[in-house]
Design a protein around this ligand. Structure first.
Ligand code: PLP
Length: 508
C-alpha cells in the first residue's frame, strides 16, 4: 500500500484541534487542504471506468462536489474526537424510560458480522439463502412463543412502523368483516406519542381514555366510549407509568364484545419477558421493538426492528413475503393470501433481526425471564432510594420503569425535571426521559435496565439525591462540563435545520 505524503499538497499544516472539550474545533471542511488523501490500494493495470461510462450523462452533476480533502491521519483524529463527545450505552448507565437503552452484548454484533449473514445480497434466491431463511423463521417462531401469538412479520424497521402495520392489519380485518365503517381507535392518555400518530397515519381517529387515580386505565371512561364505531384499542402493559394494567382481561373482553380488536404496544417488553404474554391477556396484535427489549444498538435513530405478531384470525393479512418452512423441510418466501402488501423493502433490517436472534439464544428461555426480573428489581430498588425526595405520583408497585416528579422541588426551590436531567449529564450519566408521560407534571421517567450493577445504581441514586438538594437557579446552568451546553430547545424546535452545509453554516 502507498500513502501519499501528508504534506505533499500546498496549503501547509492542517489546523491542530484541541483534544476533547468545548472549544470550537475545526470542521472537516476547515481541515481540508487540496490534494490530501487517505491510504488506498495501489492502482491496478485494469482500465478504469469513467463516470460517463457508468452513469447516463443526464444524471451527472455538471461539476464535482466540493468535498473536504484530508489526510487519513486528520480524518481519523477528527472522527475519534467526535466519538469522544458522545454518550452511549457502551460508556455508562442510560436510564431512558420507555425507550430502553440497555447495554448490548458484543457477541450479538459478532454473530451479525458473520460473512454468511453480512455478505448476502437481499435478492439472492431462497435456494442459496436457506440459512438466513431458517434464522428468520426461527426468530419469528420464538417471537410468537414470547408474545403468545401465532404468526409474525419481521419487515417493519421500527416500533412506529410496526404500529402502522398493526393498524393496517386492523383495518384489513374490519373491511373483510364488512365493518369498514369503524373509524375510532381508543388510546390511554399515558400512551407513547407514536400511538396517536400511527392512528392518524392509518386513517383512523384517536379517542383518548383518561388514566384514573390508580395510574391505570379508567374503566368507566372505557365503557362510556365503546361503541359500534370503535375499531380497536391500543395499550401498553405495563403502561408508560411502569404500572401493570390489572383489568387487562376485562378490558380485552369489553373491546371484543364491542367488535373491536386489542392492540399491544410491546415496544418495551422488558417487564414481562418469560413471565406473561400479551396473547394470554387477550390481545390480537402485538408489535415488539427488538431494539429495546433484545439487543440492537439503536442510538441516534439507527436501524431497529419492529416485528408485528398476530392471533390466528389475522395471519392471512400479514405483509409478505414471510420466511416459511415448506413440507419438504426446506425454507421459502410465502406471501399470505390476503396480505396487506409489503411494509418494507427486502426483508426488514435483517442484521438487526440476527442480533436479536443471537441475544435470545444466548439467554435462553430462563435467561429472558431473568432479564425481566432484573429489570423490575433494579427499577424498584432505585425508586425506593428516591422515595421521599422526589414525588411519586402513584403508589402502586412499579415494574421495569417508574415515574417520579420534581413538582414539589420546583415549588420549593425552582428545580425542574429538565434541570435534574441536565445536571445528571455533569455527573456522568445519561438523562432519563423527561416530561413524559404527559399526565405527570415535571415527570422523570426512569428505566435503569437489568444491565446495570448495584454499584452503578447506587451511584445513579446518589447523584439524583444530591441534585435534589440544589436550587433551580444553579442547576439551571447545567450542563457545564459537556461538549455542548444547555441548548435553546424552543429555537431548535421552531427553526429546525435538518440539513447542514459547511459553507453556509459553519459550526461555531
Ligand atoms: C419507543 C416506543 C415506541 C416507538 O418505537 P420506535 O422504534 O421509536 O418507532 C412506541 N411505543 C412505546 C411505548 C415506546 O417506548
Amino acid at each position: 500500500m502507498t500513502a501519499p505524503p501528508v504534506d505533499a499538497a500546498p496549503g501547509g499544516q492542517a489546523r491542530s484541534a484541541p483534544l476533547i472539550g468545548r472549544d470550537a474545533e475545526p470542521t472537516i471542511f476547515e481541515m481540508s487542504v487540496p490534494g490530501r488523501r487517505a491510504w488506498s490500494f495501489p492502482r491496478t493495470e485494469l482500465p478504469e471506468w469513467s463516470a460517463e461510462e457508468l452513469v447516463p450523462g443526464a444524471y451527472l452533476r455538471p461539476e464535482l462536489l466540493d468535498l473536504p480533502e484530508v489526510s487519513e491521519r486528520d480524518l481519523v483524529g477528527h472522527m475519534t474526537r467526535l466519538t469522544h463527545r458522545q454518550y452511549s450505552v457502551d460508556l455508562g448507565a442510560y436510564p431512558l424510560g420507555s425507550c430502553t437503552m440497555k447495554y448490548n452484548p458484543k457477541a450479538c454484533d459478532e454473530a451479525a458480522g458473520l460473512p454468511g449473514l453480512a455478505g448476502i445480497h437481499p435478492s439472492a434466491p431462497a435456494s442459496l439463502t436457506q440459512g438466513w431463511l431458517e434464522l428468520l423463521w426461527r426468530l419469528g417462531d420464538i417471537l410468537c412463543e414470547i408474545t403468545g401469538m401465532s404468526a409474525v412479520t419481521l419487515q417493519p424497521p421500527a416500533g412506529a412502523a410496526g404500529e402502522l402495520t398493526g393498524l393496517l392489519l386492523m383495518r384489513a380485518w374490519h373491511q373483510a368483516q364488512g365493518q369498514g365503517h369503524r373509524h375510532k381507535v381508543l388510546i390511554p392518555d399515558s400512551a407513547h406519542g407514536t400511538n396517536p400518530a400511527s392512528v392518524t397515519l392509518s386513517g383512523y381517529d384517536t379517542v383518548t381514555i383518561p388514566t384514573d387515580h390508580r395510574g391505570l386505565l379508567d374503566m368507566a371512561a372505557l365503557a362510556d366510549r365503546l361503541d359500534g364505531a370503535v375499531a380497536g384499542i391500543m395499550l401498553t402493559n405495563p403502561n408508560t407509568l411502569g404500572l401493570f394494567e390489572e383489568d387487562i382481561v376485562q378490558i380485552a373482553q369489553a373491546v371484543h364484545r364491542a367488535g373491536g380488536l386489542v392492540y399491544y404496544d410491546g415496544a418495551n417488553l422488558n417487564a414481562i419477558l418469560g413471565v406473561t404474554r400479551p396473547g394470554d391477556m387477550g390481545f390480537d396484535i402485538v408489535h415488539l421493538n427488538l431494539h429495546k427489549t433484545f439487543a440492537v444498538p439503536h442510538g441516534g435513530g439507527g436501524p431497529g426492528a419492529g416485528p408485528v405478531a398476530v392471533s390466528p384470525r389475522l395471519a392471512e393479512f400479514l405483509p409478505g413475503p414471510i420466511p416459511t418452512r415448506m413440507d419438504g423441510g426446506g425454507f421459502d418466501w410465502v406471501t399470505p393470501p390476503r396480505s396487506i402488501g409489503r411494509v418494507h423493502s427486502w426483508h426488514g433490517n435483517a442484521l438487526a433481526l440476527a442480533r436479536a436472534y443471537t441475544y435470545i439464544l444466548l439467554n435462553g428461555g430462563d435467561g429472558l425471564r431473568r432479564v425481566a426480573e432484573g429489570a423490575v428489581l433494579n427499577a424498584r430498588w432505585l425508586r425506593q432510594r428516591l422515595e421521599g425526595t422526589y414525588d411519586s405520583p402513584f403508589e402502586r408497585p412499579n415494574l421495569h420503569e417508574f415515574v417520579v416528579s420534581t413538582a414539589t422541588l420546583k415549588r420549593k426551590r425552582g428545580l425542574r425535571a429538565l434541570d435534574v436531567a441536565k445536571r445528571l449529564l455533569e455527573e456522568g450519566f445519561h438523562a432519563p426521559t423527561v416530561y413524559f408521560p404527559l399526565i405527570v407534571a415535571e415527570a422523570l421517567m426512569i428505566e435503569p435496565t437489568e444491565t446495570e450493577s448495584p454499584q452503578t445504581l447506587e451511584a445513579l441514586a446518589s447523584a439524583l439525591l444530591r441534585i435534589a438538594k440544589e436550587d433551580g437557579e444553579e442547576a439551571g446552568k447545567a450542563p457545564r462540563t459537556t461538549p455542548v451546553g444547555r441548548v435553546d430547545e424552543a429555537r431548535a424546535a421552531r427553526r429546525l435545520i435538518p440539513t447542514w452545509d459547511a459553507r453556509e453554516r459553519p459550526i461555531s
